[in-house]
Design a protein around this ligand. Sequence first.
Ligand code: AGP
Length: 611
Amino acid sequence: MCGIIGYIGNNKASETIYDGLRRLEYRGYDSAGIAVVDNNQIICKKEPGKLSDLKNLLLDTFPSDSTIGIGHTRWATHGRPTTFNAHPHGDCKNSLMVAHNGIIENYIKLKKNLLAQGHKFVSETDSEVLAHLIEEKYTGDLKQAVLDALHEVEGAYAIAVIHKDHPDKILCARKNAPLLVGHGTNENFLASDVTPILPYTRKVTYLDNLEGALVTKDSIEFFDLTDGTPLSKESVTIDWNPVAAEKDGFPHFMLKEIYEQPQVIRNTIGGRTSEEEGKIYLDELGLTGPEIYRTQRIIIVACGTAYYAGCVAKYLLEEMVRIPVECDSASEFRYRKPLVDQNTLVIGISQSGETADTLEAIRLAKQMGAKVLGVVNAKDSTMTREVDGLVYIHAGPEIAVASTKAYIAMLTALTLLALMLGKIRSVLTPEYVKEKISELKVLPQKIEQILENTKPIQEIARKYINAKSFLYIGRGVNFPTAMEGALKLKEVSYIHAQAYAAGEMKHGPIALIDDKMPVFAILTKSDLYKKTLSNVEEVKARKGTVIALASEGDEHIQDVADNVIYIPEVSEVFSPIINAVPLQLFAYYVADFKGLDVDQPRNLAKSVTVE
Ligand code: AGP
């Protein structure tokens, strides 16, 4: 989604802001702009395009050395990517500028009223309404004008506001869109997330919903948006190393993050297991023993890759905890009439902790009396402040839009959760848990074996770069693996891919099979191996081509499949974790060989903070 950054201090604002916008690129965008207050005037430059193409406009020839400004990368929701639609947006008199992330749901009504009051609009966006609304309310007190304007706004917003009469302050506020402030020395920052300000400060304060801040060079005053009353808020120190958000020599963030996965699994496990006791420790779980015993069903809500992690967790939890588990797309859950009560545990899974549909789904679940658990990566994100309990996945900053290491971390965390709940509910014996803990701990080495030699996967990927469509098939706990593999290929290579439970092939999809429809079959060691193998043989009998993902030592598959990717054997319960890695690499290499923008695929955003 859109990215916002603001700076006030002693340095040239356009330089700090441009650098910060570059670090927000991963959020996906199609235009960018910078505005500053200079000698009681507003100076603003903005254009559609990538920041590398806008460097001359926004940096080299930016016509001001002002030390206060705001910047924005826009991911178009209302209105095409054009100069007028780019942010920041000004008022009629070019007295103020607003950068906005979110959606103003009542902007049509507001715009109509403002037009009737004589305001002139230049863009098609909902965001421009904010600039004119603040202008309408402004009588000299910028904070009050922002408060009064936001009282009329419905929807989601994270905003930053500057005014030519106030060269010493930036106003910012949030509702249902992420925003934080960074505490510097004789300088302060605001941004949509930590990555743009990490090189300058690691001390940040996250704004909660309906909170604002007045940011000057030497102070940050927090206030409640309802009535402007001052708030005192805790700051946190971010332990992410700024370098971590760089590429470390890899050609793309996506490949870097795939290679980080062995370490990510180690980080997710962290100090959460005791092999000798056969115990799992999830300190922030926030669920008491009685609450765990009282749980009669679990509903998992998530979107995209996180949803597929939830689908894997359904199999693990039903096997290890023996209670009914549903996994639902958050965008579906929140609009159906779900059956939720105080004996339901709802688990929201989200890398960013800011996905609008997932946040609304857990809010609905809480209203209906459920206990809500968050499985989240981004520390102090909105979801982490709204759930009853937490399991951080500790994947570190995930920059590539296509999620890889966060998925692996989600699966690892959900496996720990299933083992813990199964032990507490006496479904699992300590011996079983000990055995699984020790196997989980060797998983990183097995993934490292795959990463040490990706040549076979690269060679297969090169063969299929012109494919127009793919089927991915799997069974049991690897049916969601097939879904995630198909999503990765779609996201980064733009090749259509559809996942099916392998048992479904005969019920229609096999009609698609011919020599132009390759099938990627998950055929690693499993109780369902033979069943899936027969589906593959049916595909071959119809001249289909098959790529098989198989466990080392499986000689037979070479006589059946056209291409085989071998990976180390693991217990079926851990196979979704290791199986995801070759599927990620396959999608990555197909996209890279096609010369596509792997880290920022077209039309996609890293965090979908609006519906
Ligand atoms: C995954 O590769 C996609 N980028 C997307 O499906 C993502 O998983 C989804 O938007 C959910 O994001 P979240 O985990 O931050 O909630």
